[in-house]
Design a binder for this molecule. Structure first.
Ligand SMILES: Cc1ncc(COP(=O)(O)O)c(C=O)c1O
Length: 446
């Protein structure tokens, strides 16, 4: 037996580990909303951090490091209820026992970071888990951010389709904030002052108001680009549910027609699941939409803890094209293994799964709030409009919600929506009700 396994099986280690987890569980058990806010140095901490960043924090949020499920303690002793979860990272909530265990075990490995050159067996486990339900993807390359996963996807596609240089993307899509991706992300403010790094042609996304006429419109535009630049496009990038745009999706006919036409023209298809992976009623939103077979590359991130580019084996690039020093922190790999194992073995997906159940509950609760409109719910992803969604009013509403104890965020524009990325891996009915009661009360008071 290798020594590491002997160490981890040593009853003395197992006892310490158990005691430590029981102890933190004891403190977690004491957490209760809204906590015990103390006046004191917290404001100073926020101010100091704001100075270093050159701008204040979006919320006055600095956590103490202790949390339980949707509850998180801040460094001033107050307790908030978290419905945005680090913009989708903490799907299992705060202080989930399995993730605490994973982090503890990771801390006892010999290195803090995993690398491309040297990694431990946990990286192999995560690769296996990510690919388990990802057919037709058979390859995986890890990275430390969603943007890097998309950068690697761009490189794989451009390399494979050389000399095709152009990228097709959808209006209002978001792909990340590197220099190349700011050319893809359809938001002028995110590329202000930056040179155009890629030639991108935008397609109109599905418009439910137009129905199937929307498919015809987008197909015409796609054909127009294909005629204008014959053989010029390497890749089409698609979010099945546009996250930053406030959760808009397309009809099955829209997706299949566009993707079939792109494939016919020899254009590779990247499905960006950085925000959607794990959150809909199937593991991949592409499975939910019935378009997995069209994908050549899929990127995942956020709740996976480790980001990754999954791709078909035919696209294997030449050695040297993809590399980096870190693939991620050892704790992130242990976390990824724990989250993925839970998602793959727990009852999360399908019409009777936990995510469907959560979505039904949220829909029912939100339907009782008359002041909300245009509610969109895709599994654990939720957005809605309050009033007319005027940006200033919504930003101030979000701060008010925060002050009263509910952490959420915005998405979309005109109208600006309120967005939840719910911690479906832990959320209890009482926590959901508490958060929604804060929402209802706050909206009514305004
Ligand atoms: C669809 C999509 N792609 C890419 C990214 C970029 O991921 P990251 O912020 O980890 O770089 C995001 C982040 O929100 C996203 O929602």
């Amino acid at each position: 037996m290798e020594l590491a396994l002997a160490f981890r099986s040593d009853p003395r280690f197992r006892k310490i580990r158990e005691d430590l987890l029981a102890l933190i569980g004891e403190y977690q058990g004491k957490l209760a909303f809204p906590g015990n806010k103390e006046d004191g140095s917290y404001e100073k901490l926020l101010h100091e951090y704001g100075q270093y960043r050159g701008a204040g924090l979006y919320y006055p949020y600095l956590s103490s490091g202790l949390g339980r499920g949707a509850l998180v303690e801040l460094a001033d002793g107050s307790v908030k209820i978290d419905f945005i979860c680090g913009i989708g990272v903490h799907f299992m909530g705060h202080g989930h026992p399995a993730l605490l265990e994973a982090a503890l075990d990771a801390a006892l490995e010999g290195t803090i970071m995993q690398g491309n050159l040297q990694q431990s067996t946990v990286a192999l486990d995560v690769a296996r888990l990510l690919l388990q339900k990802a057919a037709p993807m058979e390859r995986v390359f890890f990275s430390t951010s969603g943007a890097m996963a998309n950068e690697n996807a761009l490189k794989i596609a451009l390399h494979n389709r050389f000399p095709a240089r152009r990228i097709l993307a959808f209006e209002r899509g978001f792909a990340g904030r590197t220099l190349a991706l700011s050319s893809v992300t359809d938001k002028a403010a995110y590329r202000e002052g930056l040179p155009e790094a890629l030639c991108v042609d935008y397609l109109p996304f599905y418009d439910p108001a137009l129905g199937e006429a929307s498919t015809v419109q987008t197909l015409q535009k796609l054909d127009e680009y294909i005629r204008r630049y014959p053989g010029g496009h390497a890749l089409l990038i698609l979010e099945v549910i546009q996250g930053e745009a406030g959760f808009s999706s397309g009809s099955p006919a829209f997706f299949t027609s566009i993707l079939a036409r792109a494939r016919e023209a020899g254009i590779l298809i990247l499905i960006d699941e950085i925000q959607t992976f794990g959150r809909t009623t199937e593991l991949f939103a592409a499975q939910n939409a019935g378009i997995m077979d069209y994908a050549d590359i899929i990127t995942v991130g956020k709740l996976t803890q480790i980001c990754a580019t999954l791709y078909r084996k035919e696209l294997q690039p030449r050695p040297g094209l993809l590399s980096q020093t870190f693939t991620g922190a050892t704790a992130a790999f242990y976390g990824a293994r724990s989250v993925l194992s839970e998602l793959l073995s727990g009852n999360y997906y399908g019409p009777q799964g936990r995510i469907s159940g959560l979505a039904r509950r949220v829909r029912e609760r939100l339907s009782q709030m008359a002041s909300l409109s245009e509610v969109r719910i895709f599994g654990s992803m939720v957005s809605f409009v309050v009033g007319r969604g005027e940006p200033e009013k919504i930003r101030s509403l979000v701060q008010d919600l925060y002050a009263r104890g509910l952490i959420c965020f915005t998405a979309g524009s005109e109208p600006l929506r309120i967005r939840f990325l719910l911690p479906a891996g832990c959320l209890q009915d009482e926590e959901l009700d508490l958060g929604l009661a804060i929402l209802e009360e706050t909206v009514q008071d305004r």
